[in-house]
Design a protein around this ligand. Sequence first.
Ligand code: NAP
Ligand code: MG
Length: 400
Amino acid sequence: MINMTTPLVEMDGDEMTRIIWKMIKDELILPYIDLKTEYYDLGLEYRNETDDQVTIDSAEATKRLGVAVKCATITPNAARVEEYKLKQMWKSPNGTIRAALDGTVFRAPIVVKGIEPCVRNWKKPITLARHAYGDVYKNAEIRVPGAGKAELVYTAADGSETRELIHDFKGAGVLQGMHNTDASITSFAHACFKYAIDSMQDLWFSTKDTISKKYDHTFKDIFQEIYEKEYKDEFNRLGITYFYTLIDDAVARVMKSKGGFIWACKNYDGDVMSDMISSAFGSLAMMTSVLVSPDGVYEYEAAHGTVQRHFYKHLAGEETSTNSVATIFAWTGALRKRGELDNIPELVTYADDMERAVLWTIESGKMTKDLALITSLENVVVYNTQEFIKEVRKTYDSIA
Ligand code: NAP
Ligand code: MG
């Protein structure tokens, strides 16, 4: 039994992933670790019962304890309000937690033999860091009806105005205003540099500063300044690099790369590129996700949702073959981080061995249906949700 000193913040969730959550704890964690957690039930029913206070409390606990592991949760829409008889359409828990921690989300694929990326030269994972504030996601837009002058106007606190002509319209057109803040860009930069050091990977950052000489250039300058001032020495010591390039050059280089680095992107670029990266690596069920705050707080989760369709099959008593890999890696990621922070090498070794056990199980041809459909391996055996987790346990017992 491995002992822990500081508890993890455990955020339980919804539907099929809630079922998997318990299976993982029972089969892969509790037999080996004297698990200490501070438990928060983010299942939709309890969020509704507590007027979503439980989500806020779980984020506060994460700030206090430093490391959280989160199960996928339902973000309510009109159909869910009806289904769960909700008092109101509660906000996305991920949005609430991200806002409370001022965090950046890093998404990385789990690379395993037999599930080959479409891009043949990608040998290592590419981690995508998306700035999650501002730009086109907080824009103001006007559909210009006809001729007229459009200007950008900034009114300072003292009332003085700065104006910039956008366009003298001769006819109809479109108009958009957007913003970002130094504070948010700075947080994003710190999270990226910290994560690079933490995972010992190079950091790439790309914008379109040649065209956007003030907006994008400010991103570039803030990153460069923070790098020089606070991280350069540590990067040199670790032998990792910070590399800035134009977004189009970055795209070309990423396609030709071997992988094994972090790619930081502005909000829109990150939105688009993360779907490209994750589908090119094979499967949403094999993507992990970690939210990192600028002061070094970590929240680990799977990138996929609650797998609702499988849950309804499960409720109907039918067999499911839901992939638990990303949720297992959320647990191992959080436990490894706890081990590092509390100086418990056994916990780090446990996480390494458990991840290896997952990969070996798949590489030996035992996998869930979603992977069986895309694998290049032959003689594959398809396991149901529970059987796959039990197979991972067998593999773990044989190597640990
Ligand atoms: P989803 O849960 O990611 O599932 C979409 C489809 O992807 C599934 O129906 C399944 O395809 C496949 N899939 C995803 N994860 C899988 C896994 N682990 N194993 C096997 N197949 C997997 O997305 P959704 O159905 O759009 O959303 C369901 C709920 O999740 C929503 O209420 C949404 O709000 C929530 N959500 C939460 C998070 C989060 O908490 N981070 C993220 C996204 C969505 P097949 O049906 O073809 O087998
Ligand atoms: Mg998107």
